[in-house]
Design a binder for this molecule. Structure first.
Ligand code: AMP
Length: 115
């Protein structure tokens, strides 16, 4: 069931994670398999499986995910050098955990286009 993704369990505190920020709406934690020196995932506390499932009622929450990423980029010292935010959606997007999340990647030069 949608509530039982690994990220929902991290949000509920049932699965350990290296949490770097949390409040009533969002939680951020280090990716378990980092693809860059800094790789943090920012997730809404409520379960939204994919970006396709977000609605206009989630507008502020979606903005908060980005502003949280912006602030964490500063805190982790990659704001000036640069970073990449990624949201994978569904199969072709490479999504593997069906709880909306923003990847914050930095600490190395990113390649373009992505694979
Ligand atoms: P995506 O492919 O966009 O769905 O990204 C899922 C990400 O979650 C991957 O980068 C995984 O390494 C990461 N991940 C999976 N399980 C965990 C976990 N228990 N704690 C932290 N990150 C995880």
């Amino acid at each position: 069931m949608a509530e039982d993704t690994i990220f929902a369990r991290i949000v509920r505190g049932e699965v350990p994670a290296r949490i770097v920020y949390r409040d009533d709406e969002v939680t951020a934690f280090h990716d378990i398999a980092p693809a860059a020196p800094t790789h943090i995932l920012i997730v809404p506390n409520k379960t939204i499986p994919t970006l396709n499932d977000a609605t206009p009622a989630d507008e502020a929450l979606l903005g908060k995910l980005l502003l949280t990423a912006q602030r964490l980029a500063r805190e982790f010292g990659i704001a000036e050098s640069g970073y990449r935010l990624v949201i994978n959606c569904n199969r072709d997007g490479g999504q593997s955990v069906y709880h909306l999340h923003v990847h914050l990647l930095g600490g190395r030069k990113m390649t373009w286009p992505p694979g």
